[in-house]
Design a protein around this ligand. Structure first.
Ligand code: SS9
Ligand code: ZN
Length: 381
């Protein structure tokens, strides 16, 4: 069944790792949403539960983190309930693909932070208290209490025992879904936890450590794709992803999010951030006002889709956060359960190989239905 997608797949080199253990399925190329392929593969690792922080700094209190293990368990439950498709475990890819977009010293910091923190006699979970703010020197301290500030973009996110192995599992989940697409799956869902889109080349925060979608976008390019579009529909601006690709024309980044005048991450995500250098014109932000519902949000998505079509990418990668939901406890959009299905269908109309990567969503009881609504809207047009 020759199609333009076949041409894309032929760009990929033959030497990258095989499909997940226990499941061999190199499908013929099917158009997303076509009748022949209603099933969408999910990649999932139970190792996400190793990330189980007890504290998040919120409103001056240490509260139970919004980004908690139950989130992805609810999504998994809903995937099984609706019969979305098979759920497969990740392969281990090591650190090489992660180091394509992250600073090696930062990754070494993530790996060793907890042991350095406890070795200093700190009693609580690892959170920074000093950051290299305006007017100060940008250099890496030797003391862990300084180092953690250097590598932080926000201070709500505690590093704990178990965080690093969960972060590794999360990026392996993303890379396994990425590999499935490069091998011919029309779409795949990486049920990642912890999320990634706030993580920059060398900073963690906003519940993120390794930028899973940036790692995947770079992997597509490294395997022969010429252009990748990253569409971020999480409520929050994907500052990490934007910053990683800001000066590059091979990755177009588009983000719909709460206006940073009113919402985290506050200091990036404005409409006049268009990209720089050879990346000028390849970054598109849609900051939206408090109370935004699907009438406005859907129009912004339509506009983003037109830009994606004009860019003509080989592949679409979606940072899928469902904290745009009307019931989300930390966000201010008003999307309903049905709206998630509607925009899933809209994304399928782009007819691109599509990688979905889980980001935020903190209305835990509804996160499964909302997330899976996007995926069923996408696969059963
Ligand atoms: C809650 C503030 C939350 C961080 C939000 C990170 C969302 C990641 N008191 N700030 S998708
Ligand atoms: Zn978010």
């Amino acid at each position: 069944m020759p199609s333009d997608l076949t041409i894309f797949y032929s760009f990929f080199q033959p030497e990258f790792p095989g499909p997940p253990v226990g499941r061999i399925r190199i499908s013929s190329v099917a158009t997303p949403g076509s009748k022949e392929d209603l099933s969408l593969l999910t990649v999932f690792s139970p190792d996400h539960s190793l990330r189980d922080a007890k504290t998040e700094l919120s409103g001056g209190e240490l509260v139970k983190p919004y980004e908690c293990p139950a989130r992805v368990e609810y999504v998994l439950e809903q995937i099984r309930l609706v019969g979305l498709g098979d759920v497969v475990p990740p392969n281990a890819y090591g650190l090489d693909p992660v180091l394509r977009v992250h600073d090696p010293q930062y990754i070494e910091f993530l790996r060793s932070c907890w042991s350095q923190w406890t070795a200093k006699g700190n009693k609580g979970e690892a959170i920074p208290s000093v950051l290299p703010s305006r007017g100060m020197r940008q250099r890496v301290p030797q003391n862990i209490n300084g180092k953690i500030g250097y590598y932080a973009m926000a201070v709500e996110t505690a590093i704990t025992d178990g965080t690093w192995p969960a972060v590794q599992a999360s990026s392996n989940v993303a890379l396994t879904a990425q590999a499935l697409i490069s091998q011919g799956e029309p779409a795949a869902f990486a049920l990642c936890r912890p999320p990634g889109h706030h993580a920059t080349r060398d900073q963690f925060g906003g519940y993120c450590f390794v930028n899973n979608i940036a790692v995947c976008a770079q992997a597509f390019l490294d395997q022969g794709a010429e252009r990748v579009a990253v569409l971020d529909v999480d409520f929050h601006h994907g500052n990490g992803t934007q910053s990683i690709f800001y000066e590059r024309p091979d990755v177009m980044f588009l983000s719909l999010h709460g206006d940073p005048l009113h919402s985290f991450p506050y200091f990036l995500g404005f409409a006049n951030e268009k990209g720089a250098g050879s990346g000028a014109g390849f970054n598109h932000n849609y900051p939206l006002a408090p109370g935004t519902a699907y009438d406005i949000w859907g129009d912004a998505l339509q506009d983003a889709c037109r830009k994606i079509e004009a860019f003509a990418p080989d592949v679409l990668a979606v940072s899928l956060g469902v904290d745009t939901f009307e019931g989300d406890p930390i966000s201010f959009f008003r999307l309903t359960g049905d709206d998630f299905k509607r925009y899933g269908t809209l994304l399928a109309s782009l007819k691109l190989p599509t990688l979905f990567v889980m980001e935020g969503g903190y209305a835990v009881k509804e996160i499964g239905v909302n997330t899976v609504n996007v995926l069923t809207g996408f696969s059963s047009k």
